[in-house]
Design a protein around this ligand. Sequence first.
Ligand code: NAI
Ligand code: MG
Length: 358
Amino acid sequence: MLRTSMRTMATAARKSLTIGLIPADGIGKEVIPAARTAIEALGSDIPTPKFVDLIAGFETFTRTGVALPEETVEVLKNDCDCALFGSVSSPSKKVVGYSSPIVALRKILDLYANIRPVVSVSPNPNEPSKVDMIVVRENTECLYVKQEQLTVGEHGKEARATRLITERASTRIGKMAFELALARPRKHLTVIHKSNVLSVTDGLFRESVRAVPLQDTRFEAVTVAEQLVDSAVYRLFREPQIYDVMVAPNLYGDILSDAAAALVGSLGVVPSVNAGDEFVMGEPVHGSAPDIFGQGIANPVASIRSAALMLRHLGYIEAANRIDNAVDSVLREGQLLTPDLGGTAGTREVTEAIAKRI
Ligand code: NAI
Ligand code: MG
């Protein structure tokens, strides 16, 4: 549905938009309501939003014995057009019976793309952002299939992991990346791999992504470059402005996207969406921040921008732009900033200032 939605949603005559809200743990409970406030401020730019409160997370697990209740999954699948997820507190030691609900949701809803725009706000609105890129990370395979074995050989312990790269998953993440690049002014896509060493697995990823324009001529308008992952990290720090859209297998994408987030000041401002063909779920990049939870000072920007990103994916481009422009304006002015950005404002004040400008 999403693939179609990306092209046709803007004109589709939806009467309402049902959005699942899963704050989960810690500051997720403070920043997801902020994202809701921003969506409500949009008024008639989107169909009347209907919010459904859903539970999941470590707190839910300690209370009920289940981290991701069946009802949450059923409501998301059957009643919701999209969702916003806050953050989970994963215990640092293994807890029997617990596994992360966000990882499970990505699998159950087949959210195969993790899309993370990393954008800096320039002091002058007429100046382009120094950093303005989207990291598109494959979300379902690579080393994250978690097939590891420990054996004992002649010289002691030996650990092995299976790295799965399929043509299907590489092609579909490639399509998503081309689609995103096509919608941007620069229309530039960098394919990240290490096929000089891993010629079979990364070779297949590279070939599959590069073959995407052969199936859809619209993508011929996109300029394609490629880069080995190690030199990509180097160049990311030296000259981030060269990147527009980057597409990478799961592990490289995970590392690159956290590295890219370091270029824009705070984890509290970096949004993401988990997207598949049927569903899209916005999610701030940060975790549950137990060190500041309960103080009312969590930066709501990452979640508010995640809401914008979710709407953009559904085709509500104008609405998404309105949210992003309001955030840019508040950040640029610099009067109301949370402590992570050097200010003294609280979550609520920042949220209200953004909502007012939407
Ligand atoms: P974290 O992202 O929660 O916090 C790292 C640092 O950034 C902390 O000092 C925190 O105060 C600050 N920070 C994060 N978000 C902020 C915001 N919106 N406003 C202001 N400051 C913010 O990462 P950490 O501390 O490594 O993990 C804490 C918990 O979160 C752990 O249980 C971890 O497993 C979980 N986690 C969950 C994620 C998810 O739900 N996708 C992702 C990362 C961590
Ligand atoms: Mg990561």
